[in-house]
Write a protein that binds this ligand. Structure first.
Ligand code: SAH
Length: 358
């Protein structure tokens, strides 16, 4: 389904023609949509047209709760979708701009053993408009500006959900997020993270070749990966790694492998050595992160000092790797944690979930 927030100018012109409205309205409406303004607030349109546009599903994502980290200014938020579903996002401040982590599905069906987003399965896919609204809602709530055109300069698709399990909406989102008459964000500033749906990685080469592809690897071999990520039973590392290499070779873009260090599972020097030998020849970088322990799971992370040791093990084998900066540790920065807490509170009929509002 196409929602108003994600229409192209051509689609909008066709829609206006059907309504018997003049074509020039399309430009005005596209301008409003690039800021995520809903029809009721499109103040330069006649009331009757605003009314007609309001009947089309918009694809809204309204911020209902925010938490600001006292340590580093990271802001975590919960969005409510039109049907009451809740997804989460995180706004991170860096010297080069502001990165927003967005969700692509309510819940997730990939079943990774360490991830909080997948505990209750997938509820539904997000539309392209809803993903765009996650960005524009944040921009309205935090008009930081600092001389920049947009608050959100970078986007990472690393919130709830598996973007390649919601492929058509994800591609439409990427087109609108990067189009000059959409949000106008540089594709190079958009990272898509996948657990490894191999055929869709090949499709992305045609559909979105300029973004940064991140692959959640988390293991040096199938045996360990099978334990952590059920998707590995469908797409083995023998298929995933060539797909990553192909993506890097064809697009000229370095692929990022994410590797969450789980104490005693994938963190030994032997694992580092095996990982290095398998990644050799792929234009890539490894992002290391100590696993964020999730209350509901029995897997534990390593210390940051240990993660730096693992980094050295990879570096000395000529694999580029860094330990990812940790942000928002005091506000449940990891996937799905805040959303789950919200659901728990709701289940306990606790109406106090907004107490941390800043
Ligand atoms: N489905 C996509 C994107 C969402 S998850 C994917 O799998 O890549 C974003 C990243 O956070 C992934 O690398 C995921 O494996 C990682 N992640 C999930 N739970 C985590 C945890 N508890 N600690 C550290 N990283 C985690």
């Amino acid at each position: 389904m196409i929602d108003l927030a994600s229409v192209t100018k051509e689609e909008l012109e066709a829609l206006l023609a059907d309504m018997g409205e003049p074509r020039f309205r399309a430009k005005q409406i596209m301008e409003w949509l690039s800021r995520g303004t809903e029809p009721g607030d499109m103040s330069n349109l006649p009331k009757a047209l605003r009314g007609k546009l309001s009947e089309i599903p918009f694809g809204s994502a309204h911020i209902i709760e925010t938490r600001r980290s006292k340590k580093d200014d990271t802001v975590k938020m919960l969005y409510e979708l039109h049907d009451g579903n809740i997804v989460e996002g995180v706004l991170m401040r860096y010297s080069y701009g502001n990165t927003l982590c967005i969700s692509t599905q309510a819940g997730c069906r990939m079943g990774c053993a360490f991830c909080a987003s997948t505990l209750n399965g997938r509820v539904r896919d997000l539309t392209a408009g809803e993903m765009l609204s996650e960005i524009t809602s944040v921009e309205r709530a935090f008009p930081i500006d600092e001389g920049r055109k947009r608050t959100v300069t970078n986007v990472v698709m690393m919130g709830c959900g598996e973007p390649l399990d919601n492929y058509a909406n994800t591609v439409r989102f990427l087109e609108r997020a990067t189009a000059a008459d959409g949000l106008g964000i540089s594709p190079r500033n958009i990272s898509l993270s996948t657990c490894g749906l191999v055929p869709k990685i090949y499709s992305l080469i045609d559909d979105a070749p300029h973004i940064t592809l991140c692959i959640s690897l988390h293991a040096p071999n199938n045996e360990i990966r099978d334990r952590l990520m059920p998707v590995n039973r469908s797409w083995r590392m023998e298929e995933l790694l060539p797909a990553a290499k192909h993506y890097a070779d064809v697009t000229g873009r370095r692929v990022i492998f994410e590797y969450a260090l789980v104490d005693g599972v994938n963190s030994s020097e032997e694992c580092a050595a095996e990982l290095a030998s398998r990644l050799r020849g792929i234009n890539c970088h490894v992002n290391l992160i100590p696993l964020n322990s999730v209350k509901e799971r029995e897997l534990n992370g390593v210390t940051r000092a240990y993660a730096h040791t693992f980094e050295e093990w990879l570096n000395k084998r000529h694999i580029s790797a860094t330990v990812r900066r940790e942000l928002g540790t005091d506000i449940d920065g990891a996937c799905g944690q805040l959303r789950n807490k919200h659901a728990e509170h709701a289940a306990n009929d606790n109406t106090d979930t907004a107490k941390d509002l800043t």
